[in-house]
Write a protein that binds this ligand. Structure first.
Ligand SMILES: Cc1cc2nc3c(=O)[nH]c(=O)nc-3n(C[C@H](O)[C@H](O)[C@H](O)COP(=O)(O)OP(=O)(O)OC[C@H]3O[C@@H](n4cnc5c(N)ncnc54)[C@H](O)[C@@H]3O)c2cc1C
Length: 304
C-alpha cells in the first residue's frame, strides 16, 4: 500500500498556532488500514490530528510524523456513531444534530479531531468527550497489534486519558448518544458558539486554545486575568484581550516566544497565588538549550 509522503514538511502548516519546524517525513494516510500499515513499519511516529493543542518546536521534529486529517469516515447506526480518528469535532456536532442526537453539542466550537479530543478528554460547557464514549480501536505500539479498548480502561479524568501513556494510537471510536429534539440541540450549539465568540479568539488569530489547565476548583484564565495578563503584549506573541489563557502568534512567532511568555505567566501566578499552573498545550520536537530549561520548569509535574 503506497501512502502519500512529503519529505521535510513544514509542520507549522498543520498547527493552529502556525508554529513548527520540519519533520523528516510527513505521512498522509487515506484510510485506517494505511495508518495501521504505517504504524506496523514505524510505531514511534508522532500523530497529529487537527494540531490545535500542539506547540511544535521551531527546530522541528526528528523522525516521521503522520497526519490523520484524511481519516474522516463516520457511520451512524441509531444512537451509535463510529468516527475515524481524524474526524473534526465540529463536523460531528453538525452530523449528530442532523440525526437528532445529543452529546456532541460542545464540539461545535473548537477544532479538535476525535483522536486529539479523546487523547485530551476535551471538554467544554459541562460536556466531556468521555461522556458518550463506548470503545475504540487502537494500535498498540508495543505489541504492534490492533486492539479494542473500553471506557472502563480509558482512565478518563479532566484533561486526561489512557492515550497519554503514549502506547496507543486511536484508529476509530464508538460513541452512544441520546435522542433529543432538534430545537434543543440547536439551541445548545448556538449558545456554545455565541459564548465562544464573546470570549475567545477565532483561528484567524493563530492560537492553540487554553495554554494552561485549570487548577483544582479554580480557573487558569481567572488567575491570569487577576495578575494582569489580559491583552499583555510580548513582542511576537500576545495574550488575548478578553481571555487571559490564550496566547496569540502575531505572525512571526517561534516556539521559544510562546514558551518565554508561558514562563512569565506561570511565574507570576506562582509568585502571587502560590499555584503552579500546568500547561495544557503539548510541546513536541527538538529543543534549544533555553527551551530545555523552560520545559523543565513548566512540564515538571506532567513528567513525573
Ligand atoms: C480556538 C480553540 C479553542 C479550543 N477550545 C477548547 C475547549 O473548549 N476545550 C478543550 O478541551 N480544548 C479546546 N481546545 C484545544 C484543542 O482543540 C483540544 O485539546 C483538542 O482535543 C485537540 O485535538 P487535536 O486533534 O487538535 O489534537 P492535536 O493537537 O493534533 O494533538 C494533541 C495530542 O493528541 C495526540 N493525538 C492526536 N490524534 C491521536 C490519535 N489518533 N491517537 C493517539 N493520539 C492522538 C497527539 O499526538 C498529541 O499528543 C481549543 C483549541 C483552540 C485552537
Amino acid at each position: 500500500m503506497e501512502c502519500e509522503v512529503k519529505e521535510g514538511f513544514e509542520l507549522a502548516r498543520l498547527t493552529t498556532f502556525k508554529i513548527g519546524g520540519k519533520c523528516d517525513n510527513l505521512f498522509i494516510p487515506k484510510s485506517a488500514d494505511e495508518l495501521i500499515a504505517l504504524l506496523e513499519q514505524d510505531s514511534s511516529m508522532l500523530i497529529i490530528g487537527s494540531g490545535s493543542d500542539l506547540l511544535i518546536s521551531s527546530k522541528g521534529v526528528k523522525g516521521n510524523v503522520v497526519t490523520t486529517r484524511n481519516l474522516k469516515n463516520v457511520k451512524v447506526d441509531g444512537c451509535k456513531i463510529t468516527a475515524e480518528c481524524g474526524t473534526p469535532g465540529p463536523f460531528l456536532a453538525q452530523l449528530a444534530a442532523k440525526e437528532s442526537l445529543s452529546g456532541f453539542e460542545f464540539f461545535v466550537a473548537f477544532p479538535g479531531s476525535i483522536g486529539g479530543n479523546l487523547y485530551m478528554n476535551a471538554s467544554a460547557h459541562g460536556q466531556f468527550t468521555s461522556d458518550c464514549f463506548v470503545s475504540a480501536r487502537v494500535f498498540d505500539r508495543e505489541d504492534k497489534v490492533v486492539k479494542t479498548i473500553y471506557k472502563s480502561e480509558m482512565n478518563f479524568a479532566y484533561k486526561q486519558s489512557l492515550l497519554q501513556c503514549g502506547r496507543y494510537v486511536l484508529i476509530d471510536a464508538d460513541f452512544e448518544l441520546k435522542k433529543a429534539s432538534p430545537e434543543k440541540i440547536k439551541e445548545l450549539m448556538d449558545r456554545n458558539l455565541s459564548r465562544r465568540k464573546q470570549m475567545q479568539p477565532s483561528l484567524a488569530n493563530p492560537n492553540a486554545g487554553c495554554v494552561f489547565k485549570n487548577p483544582p476548583n479554580d480557573s487558569a484564565g481567572r488567575l491570569l486575568d487577576k495578575v494582569g495578563f489580559k491583552g499583555y503584549d510580548d513582542g511576537k506573541v500576545r495574550v488575548w484581550d478578553t481571555h487571559a489563557n490564550f496566547i496569540i502568534n502575531k505572525g512571526e512567532a517561534s516556539s521559544i516566544d510562546v514558551l518565554e511568555l508561558m514562563l512569565k505567566m506561570y511565574n507570576k501566578v506562582k509568585e502571587i497565588y502560590d499555584i503552579e499552573l500546568a500547561p495544557e498545550v503539548i510541546f513536541v520536537g527538538e529543543k534549544s538549550k533555553r527551551e530545555e530549561e523552560i520545559c523543565k520548569i513548566l512540564y515538571q509535574k506532567s513528567q513525573k
